[in-house]
Design a protein around this ligand. Structure first.
Ligand SMILES: O=C(O)CCC(=O)C(=O)O
Length: 459
């Protein structure tokens, strides 16, 4: 027998990682200590065999079936959102409807779930063109400074943004052999801190193999297939944060991770696939799970209007009303998921105001969203979150465990693929072929708080 081909570093790492994940899945299956939430996560993380998605709650099924077979109740929205935000062509906007095919009903209803008081779900709330508008903004505009992204830890991202660089290469304005298209590292070669990239991101092909979505801020979410890196200063040892940590701890030192000299230098299109999140408004410090109350980036005005419209539309439709007049969009996260990313179960507990609804929009590929209860002991409900859906968390649901264990391959809607009539959409379609985007918006302060006046921007 000839000697087998030696494995490349990348192949060896993929194998090791897969073996580690398999060991963990097997150990979790044997163990009696896993929680129902964890069990559900493992079910949807499994690649072989692929999970059974039919158990997930699909709000797009015929409404009669939904109401007959599930614990869902239909409630009319208080106001149609398009009354506030025709700009985005929320369904019901007749101008947008004229331009869209198949938009034959208005978004007049929301859905509540018997087991999850405070959950308000509005399926298919945006027209395709509204989705494309928001997706473009998420990728091109919101990803610019002063909003921070995970890439800022390790790279000197230009103020014009990483998307513009990518666009230049994509459209042939700048060739790939132009050194100016490569975003430089922050750390110099003599700095030896380990960083993102030393482990899961050195495969240089832009395909992360089964990585946790927020791998940059490891204290926030579990990483079942990762070992701690001994070379890296442990932020966690300074700030021991667990699921039980009281909300909004004060006096938490905001220690930033060290930039790594080992992160790869990549063409902008590949580096973009490493962008996991950006933060809007009050900037978030992931390692300590607290806000930088002194760093308030201008909040995109259209998102303030849009989220207020949602809060107004759902006010009083569920058991936990919140007046739209009291709602101020003060912070947001755009999560960019590649197909193999996941976001492990967590609770969003950093806002000082826990009564204000959290408004969340989904675009691109569908995902499995697990919605649990106040602890991981509650078995979560898997929800099939689809492009154009709005999920609002109010009341106790606002403090419930939730996570995204799976992005579902091949679920990109046709209207987000390349469109001959709109060539400028091509670059976005190309990105979305392997991605999902989530945009979520929160109020940080109680109403009428002095600091709760956002600085609107026109972006
Ligand atoms: O991607 C999603 O739908 C959920 C995002 C989320 O839970 C978060 O950003 O805290």
């Amino acid at each position: 027998m000839p000697d087998p081909q030696p494995l490349s570093n990348r192949q060896r790492k993929i194998r090791e990682r897969q073996a580690e994940l398999n060991r963990e899945l097997a150990a979790a299956k044997r163990s009696n200590s896993r929680t129902p939430f964890r069990e559900a996560e493992l079910q949807y993380l499994s690649r072989h065999p692929a999970p059974d998605y039919s158990e997930a709650l699909d709000f797009r099924q015929p409404v009669e079936t939904l109401l007959r077979d599930t614990k869902i109740k239909q409630v009319p929205l208080r106001r149609r959102m398009c009354e506030f935000s025709g700009l985005f062509g929320v369904k019901g906007d007749s101008r947008a409807q004229e331009q869209e095919q198949g938009q034959d009903h208005l978004t007049e209803y929301a859905y509540l779930h018997e087991d999850h008081p405070g959950l308000i779900y509005i399926p298919a709330a945006f027209t395709p063109s509204a989705q494309r508008t928001l997706i473009k903004a998420c990728l091109k505009e919101y990803s610019r400074h002063p909003n921070k992204s995970n890439l800022d830890t390790h790279y000197i991202v230009p103020n014009s943004g990483i998307w513009d660089l990518h666009e230049n290469v994509f459209t042939g304005k700048q060739p790939l052999d132009d050194p100016k298209v490569y975003v430089p590292r922050k750390a110099t070669a003599d700095q030896h801190a380990g960083g993102y990239g030393s482990d899961d991101d050195d495969d240089n092909d832009g395909n992360n193999d089964d990585t946790d979505h927020h791998s940059e801020h490891k204290t926030t979410h579990e990483q079942p297939n990762k070992k701690p890196k001994p070379s890296r200063p442990s932020v966690r040892s300074l700030v021991p944060i667990t699921d039980e940590t009281p909300t909004v701890p004060d006096n938490v030192p905001k220690v930033d991770p060290e930039p790594s000299a080992q992160v790869p230098i990549l063409p902008p299109g590949q580096l973009l696939r490493k962008m996991r999140w950006i933060t809007l408004g009050y900037q978030y410090h992931w390692p300590s799970k607290t806000y930088h109350f002194d760093q308030n980036a201008p909040f995109p005005q259209e998102l303030s209007v849009l989220s207020k419209a949602v809060v107004d539309a759902v006010d009083g439709v569920g058991p936990y009303p919140y007046a739209a007049d009291d709602f101020v969009a003060e912070a947001g996260v755009v999560n960019y998921y590649q197909l193999k990313d996941r976001l492990m179960g967590h609770v969003d507990r950093s806002e000082l105001n826990k009564d204000a609804p959290l408004v969340s929009f989904s675009f691109g590929h569908s995902c499995i969203y697990l919605l649990g209860g106040p602890t991981r002991e509650r078995s979560p409900t898997p929800i099939l979150l689809q492009s154009g859906d709005i999920l609002v968390m109010t009341g106790p649901c606002r403090s419930a465990f939730h996570g995204v264990p799976r992005i579902i391959e091949d679920t990109i809607p046709e209207y987000l693929r390349s469109r001959p009539e709109e060539p400028e959409w091509d670059i976005y379609a190309d990105y979305l072929v392997e991605a999902r985007i989530n945009l979520n918006i929160r109020q940080v302060y109680p109403p009428n708080h002095l600091s709760s006046q956002p600085t609107p921007s026109s972006s």
